[in-house]
Ligand binder design. Sequence first.
Ligand code: ATP
Ligand code: MG
Length: 532
Amino acid sequence: MARALVDIRILQREYLLAISRALTAELDLHDVLRIILQAAVEIVSGRAGMIVLADPDSEILRVAAVYGIPPHLVQHFEPLVRGVPYQEGQEQDALPELMARLQEIAQQANLGLTAVTRIPMINREEPIGLIYVFQSGNYRFGPDVRDLLRSFAEQAAIAVRNARLYQQVNKEKQRLDAILQQSADGIMILDRALKIRRFNPAVSNMTGWSPEDAIGRQHSEVIEWQRLRTNTDLYEAVANGWPLPGAAHIYVEGDCRRPENHSHQMADGKLISLGITYAPLLDENGRMTDIIANIRDLTRYREEEELQKTFISVVSHELKTPVSIIKGYAGTLRRQDAHWSPEILDDSLSVIEEEADSLTDLIDNLLEVSRLQAGTFTLEVSDEVMLPKMATAVIRKFSNQTASHTFSVDFPPDFPTIWGDERRLNQVYNNLVSNAIKYTPDGGEISVTGEVHSDYVTVSVRDEGIGIPEHEQHRIFHKFSRLDNALSRKTEGTGLGLFLSRAIIEAHNGRLWFKNNEGEPGTTFTFSLPRD
Ligand code: ATP
Ligand code: MG
């Protein structure tokens, strides 16, 4: 039934309006294509229609929308989609082949379709798909109908392009988000007013602020500098007109405090050292729209620096003390005008000997630490180490040096010989027993006890001394770490003993730990070593 031209024009306009509404309504691409297809079929009073799209990667054609074809019959239309390539201007020539295939399909599917036309969908001169429209009866598609369908094909091509652009933008955004999330360096994005807009997990870890808490706040609320190591901070730079053309980045370094507020996940009020590089993002007029801040946690380097300083002051003090004692005694003994009794001579020489020994110990310790740091620390093992015998020898040595402490050694008779580095294990004994003496200033019992277990043995050194406060427990095994109490200031020590002892025991696959004695003063240090 032919319609009046005016009717068709009005209808066409209505359809195109409906389509453009669908295009802006952010529908799924397939929904939009279905709406376009339905309009195209209806406007030419067709029986059915189908849109196929070329996959952007593989270029394989796939059915993207159907109208008037029951879903279970769609597969029968495959021969129309594949194997009849579309070429510009070939509509007429290709038709007989299509018609032949359609006849077969119509028979198989028992659908009364007798005529088909297809219109290419073109996006920037690239064919991206085809619209098929089917008719029944004696209908023949004429050029005017194809012209009409062409406007729908155009709309469909636009819909596909928009959807693909949208997908691309989305994908790109997701990729950027993932990069920001995964970056090991802290990344923060600020707006022009220096408010935080993005805050990645790495910054969160450094600063203790969760992204939810930080986003929307002023930069200065989150990064509160306690001490700056560079000349300016961001605010000063901005006040001075940053970013000036040519001088794009600024670098700010200093210490800031992690929040103490308990609503923050990682809040602990600790100082952290940060280095932040700010880079401006400019629009086409050269106006700043955002600032990208790259944040590095420099705390570890600062701690290393501190450690170096401690090292120098501790070592120079610890080296100086014995040297000046030795020099003092030697100078006194040499005086020509004095005649020293044999007892004084003997006492003085033994002081010199002791001080020389402690110098040797210190130098040994320093060498061991540098070996550990350089990774050249290796054990010289034998399989005949007799821990009970070594304990007795160490105790004998130390009992000569103190009158106020009593000692006991207690090992079961079946205590096995073990595999280990005897010289190093002796160092561990020396340190644990000397600590026990040093940190039991008023005298008391110091006992060394061995235990045998199926796979390992343990040795404990127990004292009745000052103990170790709970909150300092994690610290005492660190390099150069001495607890700040009156006793540490009075006694000699570099704070290397326990650090080395633990490294030695762990190199043997053992463990070293301690517990304050229950209900009594003092501490018990224990190490375990495997039996094999
Ligand atoms: P070094 O062993 O290098 O001469 P040090 O004895 O001070 O010096 P560590 O043996 O590493 O160093 O011990 C670290 C700190 O742990 C000590 O300074 C002391 O404050 C504390 N400490 C160690 N052993 C005991 C103990 N048995 N009782 C109480 N405090 C201890
Ligand atoms: Mg010590």
